[in-house]
Design a binder for this molecule. Sequence first.
Ligand SMILES: CC(C)(COP(=O)(O)OP(=O)(O)OC[C@H]1O[C@@H](n2cnc3c(N)ncnc32)[C@H](O)[C@@H]1OP(=O)(O)O)[C@@H](O)C(=O)NCCC(=O)NCCS
Length: 329
Amino acid sequence: MYACFRSIGAYVPKNVLTNHDLEQRVDTSDEWITKRTGIKTRHIADKDETTSDMGTKAARLALERAAMQPDDIDMIVCATISPDYFCMPSTACMIAKKLGVANVPAMDISAACSGFIYALATAKAYIEAGMAKNVLIIGAEKLSAIVDWTDRTTCILFGDGAGAAIVSATENKEEAIIDVNIAADGKYYNYLITPGCGTNHPCSEEVLKERACFIKMKGNETFKVAVKTLTSDVEEILAKNGIASEQITHFIPHQANYRILNAVANALGLSDDQVVMTVSKYGNTSSASIPMAMNEIYEAGKLKKGDLMLLDAFGGGFTWGSALVPFCG
Ligand SMILES: CC(C)(COP(=O)(O)OP(=O)(O)OC[C@H]1O[C@@H](n2cnc3c(N)ncnc32)[C@H](O)[C@@H]1OP(=O)(O)O)[C@@H](O)C(=O)NCCC(=O)NCCS
């Protein structure tokens, strides 16, 4: 049995936060943000809108596009670093509840911006092992709730949103996900970190005063490792599978910063019409960024059955991953 990528859906919250809005909050400028990141706007969830609310909406669309009912799902995997609840229950359990799905495994994956590719790897492995037939994978984030809105070095980067996909069993090798590669190196753990409120620094007045429960990042150092790793990761997966970069229809990288994406695309010799770029509209939405970008080209009528997608992600941990995926929608 093989695993195939059957459908895509996404949800984007309606509130738009522009660079000019951010100029009113921190010492920054539209010019600086645009030049250093390529980001112009990001979408922000409502106060009472949770990560699972957004994930559920994306999941419903993915189900509808696969012509499936929630009951057809036999596993739910949600990648997120901004779960509804701190420790439990998982966001996947909340999505299962909202979809009305019971008695199937539901679990979260914590792999930061690489989360969607980790979820894809998990779905593929369960299907190939004969342990699942239709897996709902989700990348959903309410990063606005874990961003320090007084820190100009991070708050300009992130946004909210969700994407979801159905990965199904197939006997047709032509439809099969070709390869998924995931990896990590914990020696970089403190480059991108929420230092407080875990067991290392449990929640206390001091932790809250130091704003240690929010995202902290060594931006410049992260940038360098990201470019190097995203490039070598893709070179490796293409070489391993004997695929040339010209054969890729859509290169869909994690949307962190247009300078990172340009550097990777140039190193790989990919043309502009192969590279999917949504970072200017949505900013960095972590695990949601790849499925949101994929949904964008799907809704624009550019993603067609049989197109070969190359996914590539890098994030806190550090974690990274890449995947070669024919679209079977
Ligand atoms: C965050 C990032 C955009 C910063 O760009 P950079 O070119 O590395 O900028 P630096 O951090 O070196 O800062 C340059 C200057 O701009 C200032 N600066 C930082 N944020 C600013 C902001 N929002 N507005 C204006 N100035 C800002 C800094 O204080 C620094 O000033 P100084 O030279 O007087 O000390 C960039 O490092 C980046 O994108 N990193 C990777 C982020 C990422 O991808 N993270 C997620 C991985 S999945």
